[in-house]
Design a protein. Structure first.
Length: 136
């Protein structure tokens, strides 16, 4: 984990706090998308559209993969509750419910996380990233 954090901070060295916050927020939100394989494609598309560092975004995506699997059932149950039915037993029904639950929770949370990270990273000293790189 320490090595992955070192690689991440090395890949974002020299970027603005807004860009680093965008990479972290988008990587986290898209990384927990509840369809297996979907986060990799979505992060690739997001990196092209938002013009951010693709390796850094994919690294965040890969680091949150365990969270993706842990949230699959809660997202499915939330989505089923929102859609007014029971948790489906078909693969398509479970995926639909989980995506609805993910969208309702993660998109607003991602926007909040972005602004929180921007404020936090702007307050960090200029050489803060360089200190993290050398410690990994």
């Amino acid at each position: 984990m320490k090595a992955a954090a070192g690689r991440f901070w090395a890949s974002v060295a020299g970027l603005s706090p807004e860009t680093v916050a965008l990479i972290l927020a988008v990587g986290l939100v898209l990384g927990v998308f509840p369809v297996y394989g979907g986060p990799t494609v979505l992060c690739g598309l997001a990196a092209v559209v938002l013009r951010v560092n693709l390796p850094a975004l994919q690294l965040v995506n890969q680091l949150v993969t365990p969270i993706q699997f842990a949230l699959l059932i809660p997202f499915g149950r939330l989505g089923a509750c929102i859609l007014g039915g029971q948790v489906g037993w078909s693969l398509l029904g479970v995926a639909r419910d989980a995506v609805v639950g993910w969208f309702c929770i993660c998109v607003p949370l991602g926007v909040f996380l972005y602004f929180l990270l921007v404020v936090t990273l702007r307050r960090c000293p200029q050489g803060w990233f360089n200190g993290l790189e050398s410690s990994g």
